[in-house]
Design a protein around this ligand. Structure first.
Ligand code: NAD
Ligand code: MG
Length: 393
């Protein structure tokens, strides 16, 4: 079991920087923190362009600082609306400096997409612990990020519900006793549909998730099963497990969040209603398990939990995830950037639903692979992949 952190033994609240406070994970994190005023305190909040919402949060929470990463939005803020004593910084680099400050113990990375890498990297360089929601960071640069955390003595705790479940289940044994990690997924809004039924899917249909309420990008990723692909890659690096030991099962109820099978045949699963506040709480307070805001399972009635294998013929994005988890190197950054661009085009009505996986797969296959890239090469390929998908027809 992980040792208690310095703050937990000192009795002082852990000082949290929340990157992406206006998003779905950001709002859940604010709720978790508000439940534990003696254990957690917010030092800083960041948002990209939703300035009014960020200012409202700042009035409520009174952090030391707020950051607006969109430069135009940040420069046009009416400074008289900022609460007294709260510092405003503008731009991604300014945010990166803030997360490294002495007043931060742990950083929740709830920014969506590749934009989450900069702040995560800066925090790890400064030796800060990370509660990682931004899976794209690990997909793009998993080996570099995990290596940096190791060198700086920073802990990375998963916020993604599947990885939180795996982390908890893995505590039942040793890494060498693990036979496989089984990630569960709801199957998204189009579970059971065939390719011809998916051809004409519109954004508003794909944005209706059956069990989770999330930001638009991850909701589309859930509809294509790209989210599960990204999560396979995330698990590959987070737990240092070879791709051969990773599996996916569809579980429409989203209550069993993932399972670990050990060599002796034991399977350890973690179950709880679909509510991100629990994995967020765990990431911030582990190994404590206080009663928090999370919904609980109702055991008074009958219910069933279903499990079925994923349909990779109709949802080919998932196959790409396993491929990339096997390849490593530059593949993750290309997959991630291509998918982000394709999802953006789909949401703008500029690309068909099935083309998201199609375009991403083609760009991935045609890229100039290298096995041990540095951050500069990953950034270059990120730009290249976006341009390729941008002109994909
Ligand atoms: P969201 O769209 O609701 O919120 C995104 C946040 O990031 C907002 O605060 C926004 O201001 C900020 N942001 C957007 N673009 C930015 C940019 N270019 N630079 C800096 N900040 C920017 O997204 P979400 O659903 O909260 O997801 C956030 C992350 O957490 C994603 O990586 C997602 O995969 C992961 N995640 C989310 C859930 C969930 O339940 N929502 C579950 C697991 C993992
Ligand atoms: Mg997840």
């Amino acid at each position: 079991m992980a040792p208690l952190t310095e703050q937990q033994t000192s009795g002082k609240p852990r000082r949290v920087a929340l990157l992406g406070s206006t998003g779905s994970i950001g709002l859940s994190t604010l709720d978790v923190v508000s439940h534990f005023p003696d254990k957690l305190v917010l030092t800083g909040l960041s948002a990209h362009s939703r300035v009014d919402q960020l200012l409202e949060q700042a009035h409520k929470v009174r952090p030391e600082w707020i950051a607006i990463t969109d430069i135009d939005a940040g420069q046009s803020v009416d400074r008289s609306k900022i609460p007294h004593g709260v510092e405003l910084v503008v731009g991604p680099e300014a945010l990166a400096r803030k997360v490294a400050g002495d007043d931060v113990d742990v950083v929740v990375t709830a920014i969506v997409g590749a934009a989450g890498l900069l702040g995560t990297w800066a925090a790890l360089e400064a030796g800060k612990d990370i509660a990682v929601a931004n899976k794209e960071t690990l997909v793009m640069a998993g080996p570099l990020v995990m290596d940096l955390a190791k060198r700086r003595g920073a802990k990375i705790m998963p916020v993604d519900s599947e990885h939180s479940a795996l982390f908890q289940a893995l505590c039942s044994g040793k890494p060498e006793q693990v036979r496989r990690l089984v990630l569960t997924g709801s199957g998204g809004p189009f579970r059971g549909k065939k390719r011809h039924e998916l051809e004409s899917v519109r954004p508003e249909q794909a944005l209706k998730h059956p069990t989770w309420k999330m930001g638009p990008k991850i909701t589309i990723d859930s509809a294509t099963l790209m989210n599960k692909a990204l999560e396979v890659i995330e698990a590959r690096w987070l737990f240092d497990m070879p791709a051969e030991k990773l599996e996916v099962m569809i579980h429409p109820e989203s209550v069993v969040h993932s399972l670990v099978e050990f060599e002796d045949g034991s399977i350890m699963a973690q179950a709880s209603p679909p509510d991100m506040r629990l994995p967020i709480q765990l990431a911030l307070l582990w190994p404590e398990r206080p009663n928090g805001p999370t919904r609980r399972l109702d055991w008074t009635g009958a219910f069933a939990w279903r499990f079925e294998p994923p349909d990779t013929d109709n949802f080919p994005a998932l196959r790409l995830g396993f491929e990339v988890a096997r390849q490593g190197g530059t593949a993750g950054a290309v997959l991630n950037a291509a998918n982000e661009e394709a999802v953006g085009r789909f949401l703008r009505g500029d690309l068909a639903f099935l083309d998201i996986a199609q375009a991403t797969g083609q760009v991935l296959a045609s890229h100039d692979f290298s096995a041990h890239p540095d951050l500069g090469e990953l950034a270059r390929l990120d730009g290249w992949a976006r341009r390729e998908v941008g002109r994909w027809k």
